[in-house]
Design a binder for this molecule. Structure first.
Ligand SMILES: [Zn+2]
Length: 228
């Protein structure tokens, strides 16, 4: 069995708005967020999405992984209560779930998840980590996946980051964008959109949320065409 277990989805975090777009993209590349993801291809599973079934989308820009069955089982390894320097104590798990919930909400519940309390039952494990205060471009999350033949997902590990000087906007808005974005990777979007308006674009403003675009929704429907 072929296995790929590769980190694929570092979400860059824009702290310095003065940087030009070109500089940002260069810095992001240095940070290693190429978004190449897994490239496993096989016809063994009969998985053959039609890239023009749901448009507009960016399915041609990414590798297409998928879970063989949904809903996926999600396990939260920890929870953290964060006190932003200008806000009130906030539990991170509930913020993460608010981000995750956007995918089922946008797909009529088809692309959904359930939370499990036994880590052995988990498809996707989420860990919240505290990192040093970001300087310049930084990652706010990372998702690694393992796939088998035909791009079938077997396991995903997600990290969501918080830091000591986090602001209320970074926590309650930016983290929503990060959670939504990383869940997109965990669901099988193995790469990044080239569209700055898309959730799965590489960069986001630190204190701003990013909602799913029509392109994001059509791309996830393309991955799970067999359920629509
Ligand atoms: Zn990413």
């Amino acid at each position: 069995m072929q296995e790929n277990f590769s980190p694929l989805s570092r979400r860059a975090f824009l702290r310095q708005a003065a940087l030009t777009a070109g500089a940002l993209l260069g810095a992001a590349a240095i940070a290693g967020c190429g978004g190449g993801g897994t490239q496993t291809t096989s016809t063994a599973s009969g998985y053959a999405p039609n890239l023009s079934q749901f448009t507009p989308n960016y399915a041609s820009e990414i590798a297409l992984d998928h879970w063989p069955t949904l809903p996926v089982r999600v396990y939260f390894a920890n929870d953290v209560t964060v006190i932003p320097k200008d806000g009130v104590p906030t539990q991170v798990n509930s913020l993460i779930r608010t981000g995750f919930d956007r995918w089922p909400a946008a797909t009529g519940g088809v692309v959904g998840y359930v939370v499990v309390t036994d880590p052995a039952q988990a498809d996707i494990t989420i860990t919240i980590k505290t990192i040093p205060d970001p300087v310049g471009l930084s990652e706010t999350g990372k998702t690694s996946v393992r796939t088998g033949v035909g791009g079938e997902l077997q396991l995903a590990l997600m990290e969501i980051y918080v830091w000591p000087d986090i602001t209320n906007a970074e926590l309650t808005q930016g983290l929503l964008a990060t959670a939504t974005h990383e869940f997109g990777h965990a669901l099988g979007i193995a790469g990044h959109s080239s569209g700055p308006g898309d959730e799965m674009y590489l960069l986001h403003e630190p204190g701003q949320d990013v909602l799913l675009s029509a392109r994001d929704i059509n791309t996830i429907k393309t991955l799970y065409y067999f359920l629509f």
